[in-house]
Design a protein around this ligand. Structure first.
Ligand code: ATP
Ligand code: MG
Length: 435
């Protein structure tokens, strides 16, 4: 993309309504544009990041054996009347009437709908286990939408739903998702810590929130520093095998949000390993047994012919929230520092003197070498403004090309994450960028 043609509307002014750094940077770098309270349009750079985050989530769900579908955003109210949640959900649910005066709603989550779909097909124990997910926009009429896409009203979520014949089977599926989540966030360069969460009135069941550490997180968290030392990508999980040892590591050390803080257990953590920080919830997994399958009439014939009500779980990831969380975790005073895996483009090429034959030629050559993955700053602006925009946009690499270097075939390469710069020949720069 050439900046002279691109729709990348960066802002010089800091928007007054934006309280946290990710919200400010998303507006300033032209990633999103608010259209109503808590509702955003995604502009080209923001959409590219959103798609990359979504793709990592998808690949790790697929790897763990979940299968993708796509359910609609609009749901009929009667599904929710059957589960008993239509009234309970209260004002967070956006209720809609169609032209025939039928009650509809914009889905805040999909337990009811997936249970109803699955019920139409599953008749026997051979139809289990199954784990089905989709990545779709949700609407929750939050009392206080704030912090940009971090707590929006319309937001993109990956939600998976599992159906198992037995409690043990459901626990295995739960561990598959637990491990898939650790890998998903690690691939984005995030340290996500699983923390025991409330299971609500169903009680006694399994639930973890995945929290990434960031100064601006909504909740305070307490954890054993041991958890920060481990890299989930170091192991290649066998999703069909026993995942208990992997999950055990992540559940044996102390980690809790302030609501779940257990002062006695906290006191047992060695002082030098105690970490208190703030955190952002990026995922939440639940095992809830037959809470939806029972009232919604889902049952299958078991191996001995008697009817069995499947054990269910649901597994959410805040895909759009992750874009903001990634910025909270990766920025400096000048702008965003995208990790390679989620960057909207790989490289900013900064032409310091458009019109200079050597500069133009070298820039074009480099630009052609990264089709679809480079931004070329070919604007006739001051160098300072170009550097500021490149740092704000935060692509992982910057190639700075001025008349003096270009005359000798030299490129200055800057790594945005670390600030390291070096002057290299075109070939060496290419080798470094392609490594
Ligand atoms: P919270 O406590 O933050 O309101 P929740 O418990 O309501 O979250 P879930 O229903 O478990 O969230 O949804 C799954 C994931 O969707 C959450 O872990 C979070 O990452 C994301 N999410 C939830 N609400 C929002 C929102 N209003 N805006 C953006 N992402 C959200
Ligand atoms: Mg909520």
């Amino acid at each position: 993309m050439r900046l002279t043609r691109a729709f990348l509307p960066t802002l010089k002014e800091i928007p007054a309504e934006a309280q946290i750094v990710s919200h400010r940077l998303m507006l300033r770098a032209g990633l999103i544009r608010q259209t109503s309270a808590g509702i955003y349009a995604w502009l080209p750079a923001g959409l590219r990041v959103l798609r990359k985050v979504e793709q990592i989530v998808r690949e790790e769900q697929d790897r763990a054996g979940a299968q993708e579908i796509l359910m609609p955003t609009i749901q009929p109210a009667d599904l929710w009347q059957r589960s008993g949640r239509y009234d309970d959900y209260g004002k967070e649910m956006l209720r809609i009437r169609d032209r025939h005066d039928r009650e509809m709603l914009f889905g805040p989550t999909n337990e009811e709908m997936i249970t109803d779909i699955f019920r139409g097909y599953a008749t026997s124990y051979r139809d289990l286990p199954r784990n089905i997910y989709h990545i779709q926009w949700k609407f929750r009429d939050e009392v206080r939408p704030r912090f940009g896409v971090m707590r929006g009203r319309e937001f993109l979520m990956k939600d998976a739903y599992s159906f198992d014949l037995t409690k043990e089977g459901a626990e295995h599926t739960y561990r598959q998702m637990f491990v898939a989540y650790l890998r998903t966030f690690a691939r984005m360069g995030l340290k996500a810590i699983p923390m025991q969460a409330d299971t609500g009135p169903i009680g006694g069941n399994l639930s973890h929130e995945f929290i990434i550490l960031a100064e601006t997180g909504e909740s305070e968290v307490f954890l054993d520093g041991k958890l920060l030392e481990h890299d989930p990508l170091a192991e290649a999980p066998d999703y069909d095998g026993d995942l208990t040892p992997l999950v055990d590591f992540w559940t044996k050390y102390y980690a809790a949000t302030e609501e779940k803080q257990d002062l006695e257990a906290w006191a047992q953590v060695p002082t030098e390993r105690k970490v208190t920080a703030r955190g952002i919830e990026v995922g939440h997994i639940f095992h809830f047994g037959t809470k939806y399958s029972a009232p919604m009439g889902l049952s299958v014939a078991g191996p001995d012919g008697t009817q069995v009500i499947p054990e269910m779980g649901s597994y959410g990831i805040g895909v759009s929230r992750l874009v903001a969380a990634l910025i909270e975790a990766n920025h400096d005073e000048n702008g965003i520092k995208w990790p390679d895996a989620v960057a909207p483009w790989k490289l900013s090429i900064i032409n310091l003197k458009p019109g200079d034959a050597a500069c133009d030629a070298l820039c074009e050559k480099l630009y052609a070498a990264f089709p679809g993955d480079a931004l070329l700053d070919d604007r006739p602006d001051r160098a300072g403004a170009k550097f500021a925009d490149a740092d704000l946009m935060g692509l992982p690499w910057q190639a700075i090309i001025g008349p003096r270097g270009a005359a000798n075939g030299k490129v200055e390469l800057k790594r945005r994450m670390t600030g390291e710069r070096e002057e290299l020949s075109y070939e060496d720069a290419m080798a470094k960028l392609s490594a």
